[in-house]
Design a protein around this ligand. Sequence first.
Ligand SMILES: [Zn+2]
Length: 160
Amino acid sequence: MTTTTMLDTDRALVQAATAVAKLRCRSDNHSVAAAARTADGRVFTGVNLAHFTGGPCAELVALGAAATQGEAELETIVAVGDRGRGVLPPCGRCRQVLLDYHPGIQVIVGPIDALRKLPVTDLLPDSYVWADQRLDASAIVRTGQWPMPTVPASRAASED
Ligand SMILES: [Zn+2]
């Protein structure tokens, strides 16, 4: 695990998510708030949309809010539960989405008196990397054939 020191800006991000959770999470429809920060300090927030069809978690709504404003890169994210539940770790789906959209993002986790910041890669070891499995559609136009996904070469046992 690669724990990174919590900065004042990280504590401010937790406070931002906590404030949104207190203000907007007042029903079963919205029970978690997330706040995400860019390297230059812009903060985007979101609340979950609970729904039986699989509504998005707060983290995904915050990612969408950032994308809507044209932000391509997020540096840090945190989610906070309603009813004083504190900081919540991202679910499995969010870990995968965070990894694929923002592979360098740091995630704040832990109890409120011992918060820490981890790279998303630490939260998802031996991960499936979506980009590595996607086909290059433009190659079909060029070659008329389906390209094979790029698969990293196996490492030799001697590298372990
Ligand atoms: Zn989630």
